[in-house]
Design a protein around this ligand. Sequence first.
Ligand code: ATP
Ligand code: MN
Length: 479
Amino acid sequence: MSYLPIKQLLQSTETGHEVTVKGWVRTKRESKNAIFIALNDGSTIHNIQAVAEPGQFSEDLIKLVTTGACIAITGQLVESLGSGQSVEVKATNIHLYGPADPEKYPLQPKRHSLEFLREIAHLRPRTNTFSAILRIRHALAFAVNKYFNDNGFFYLHTPIITASDAEGAGEMFRVTTLDLDNLPHTEEGKIDFSEDFFGREANLTVSGQLEGELGALALGKIYTFGPTFRAENSNTTRHLAEFWMIEPEMAFYELEDNMNLAEDFVKYVIRYALDNCTDDLAFLENRLKEEEKTRKKEEQSDMSLLEKLRFVVDNDFQRLTYTEAIDILMNSKPAKKGQFQFEVKWGIDLQSEHERYLVEKHFKKPVILTNYPREIKAFYMKQDADGKTVRAMDVLFPGIGEIIGGSQREDDLDKLMTRIHEVGIEPEGLWWYLETRKFGSAPHAGFGLGFERLVLFVTGMGNIRDVIPFPRTPKSADF
Ligand code: ATP
Ligand code: MN
């Protein structure tokens, strides 16, 4: 009969009919009376077992059925006698699509380090760990679109190439078609970008927010979900040079509405993964348990992966102001004992060590911090009446730190202009953004969620390079 994904076959309640399975060999085990082949096609974490009688197939063919080889097996679907699976295939025909020389194929059935697998990112999706991550990543992306669609948001495609550098969210990658060996110069000796493709300087976007605001002030509620680029030279486990960002932007939302949305949204997508990625999450949970065993007792987490996800879904996030957080931090043990690397005082940009103390030690749950000092936040955030803080909100997660950054936006043209001049941005380049405050301005708010940080949390992985198929980081853009 026709070809069915292994995921579907494993759920079969009927047996006895002929099936064909296609996929990549995970393992082959030979005993005197039978050859057992575990086949995986990526549709599920589980393999289907095919059983072949040795005499039935040529030795030359069976020799080529090795880990990594791609084959099709036809045979009768039967109830499995072995434990671990309900059905298996009694092979009557084996077709070899592509062999994988065991001397050369790098993925052998043993545990490989994540570092090694990063070097073979073209093959790592064929491992259990990475196929599970990629399926969960897909489910989360689907849940993101579903959540917004079901809640009346419109998916707005904001540009990837941008000529505005005012967002200030990070260092940018330049986009140019100029001949780097023969650059045109102006009379003052500067590079003449009027000869460049767009007739001006252009970069890859660091955020779709400014254009997102234009959308919200016309369509009401929008979101963007697209590639975002930051040329920051930070080699951390939480930063990529190319990542995917989700940015909802809502007219008539104030800070409180923005927080409610962020919390509801994050809980929804995590719950979606819990409900729809059961097998893959169970696999990753076990993987993590094994990995934890190799760690010192005090570094082991007291919750399993699934417990951690359920905890986030079932509990309210802790909400407090930046000022309250600074008080807690100043009175904390590590501050008094001088254990923080960076001194805590009102006005500082919180460091990862401070965020982690609040989330992991003090509150032991996700935290939403609001009303940050205006000096450390972007020009577009709505100013509070006290003249010192702005209506910003950061959502902090255990093990991750900042997962969401957002704010209510300044909708008052005069206040926005004052701020733009204070921070030294050229308002000319932002004329189109400023017109939204000139014509029909409205209160509005939004936030940005780094998609990979979400996938990192849900999969329990430790390095952001392992939750995107092909990571781009400083000095690394292979594949
Ligand atoms: P961080 O302080 O962690 O560098 P940020 O304050 O620069 O982040 P924002 O400009 O607020 O980040 O961007 C919104 C969200 O995008 C962040 O909360 C985070 O989830 C994600 N993000 C930011 N930079 C990166 C990056 N280099 N790689 C992956 N995700 C990122
Ligand atoms: Mn931020």
